[in-house]
Design a protein around this ligand. Structure first.
Ligand code: TXA
Ligand code: MG
Length: 331
């Protein structure tokens, strides 16, 4: 079991020293918990890959506490400045040409580096006190659901890491939007809460979106493997706008994202409270609910109501769920 830290000044100091010694620790961000380590150290990065069983071809995001720390690591440009002014700290990762400063494991053979300034006060404190840029992928075993609670990190990686900094439930609940600024036309590699229209507006230019669907190819963007973000139990999507509720098998759990069960005979657990759909609440609860279902022996398979595509956050959740459903499809 890992030790849960609450973030007192002494604990932040201890964690910072731990990270300066090239060890790794789970840290809270506003999106999902990350597994952090010194981005300048190959030893630390190798520990991250080992704990997650992450293949070495999949590059890491470097977390920084300021634009000037980002500028030490990547070749900054005007588009990056605009986006950072507008969205940092926050759930947006920028891909830019590297400066050869970070450990080679971070870029996994690419010439670019992904950078982001997270919006979580405890993570920012660790960055400041340690004085390090921190590489941090989501704190899950490779390909699995991302953790949005300290207890979920404990469940997933508790046997493999020493410390988890508990920053409460993640406010966003889905991983950052990733935009590649290293090319002529900026391109979104992973959808997140910050959407294409918003990005295009701030940049005042076209923004492309990689069609990151269930079957997009790994070489387009390494983390877009067909079955990312997946529970181990079979998962299917139910489009409540197009079809009536499919018949549920014994042990099949249903999660609702936009409708609530209206009668006592109706099934399903809403991922938001109250009668009004609330996509922000759905995002905060989704991974946690899926993890619970995946671990509960009573649950044999999972159906999730499709969130639809109404906003950037809806689209991001739909993309994650399509991938989850692609792993062990129910036929
Ligand atoms: O919200 C987030 O971004 C969270 C929190 C912890 O910050 N982190 C996260 O990291 O989701 P990870 O490693 O689970 O996903 C990062 C994705 C991977 O799919 C990786 O392939 C991609 O970013 N990536 C990283 N560097 C890249 C690069 N230079 N070029 C293309 N893709 C890159
Ligand atoms: Mg991940």
């Amino acid at each position: 079991m890992a030790v849960l830290l609450q973030g007192s000044p002494e604990e932040i100091k201890l964690l910072s020293e731990w990270l300066r010694a090239d060890q790794v620790a789970a840290l809270p961000t506003e999106t999902v918990y990350g597994l952090g380590g010194n981005a300048l150290s190959s030893d630390a990065c190798k520990r991250i890959f080992a704990a997650k069983e992450r293949p070495s071809w999949d590059p890491l995001i470097v977390h920084v506490d300021s634009v000037s720390s980002a500028q030490d690591i990547v070749v900054w440009n005007e588009q990056a400045q605009r986006l950072a002014d507008h969205f940092w700290p926050g759930p947006l990762t920028l891909i830019l040409p590297g400066r050869g400063k970070v450990a080679p494991e971070v870029s996994a053979g690419k010439s670019t580096v992904a950078v982001r300034m997270p919006a979580h006060s405890l993570f920012l404190e660790v960055l400041k006190v340690s004085g390090l840029p921190l590489a941090a992928p989501s704190a899950n075993p490779f390909g699995y659901l991302s953790p949005t609670r300290a207890e979920d990190v404990q469940t997933m990686l508790g046997e493999r890491i020493r410390y988890i900094l508990d920053g409460g439930p993640c406010e966003v609940g889905v991983e950052s939007t990733i935009i590649d600024l290293s090319r002529e036309t900026p391109r979104i590699l992973r959808p997140g809460r910050v959407g294409r229209e918003e990005l295009a507006q701030v940049l005042n230019t076209d923004v492309e979106e990689l069609l990151a669907d269930a079957h997009s190819h790994i070489s387009d963007a390494p983390g877009l493997a067909p079955w990312h973000y997946s529970p181990r139990k079979p998962l299917r999507l139910w489009d409540s706008e197009l079809e009536s509720l499919p018949e549920l098998q014994a042990g099949e759990w249903l999660f609702r994202t936009r409708t609530v069960a209206s009668g006592s005979g109706e099934q399903g657990i809403a991922l938001f409270s109250g009668k009004q759909p609330d996509i922000e609440a759905v995002a905060r609860n989704l991974y946690h609910a899926l993890l619970k279902a995946d671990r509960d022996p009573e649950c044999t398979q999972i159906t999730v109501e499709s969130p639809g595509e109404a906003t950037a956050l809806h689209k991001a959740l739909s993309q994650r769920l399509r991938k989850a459903a692609a792993r062990y499809p129910i036929r």
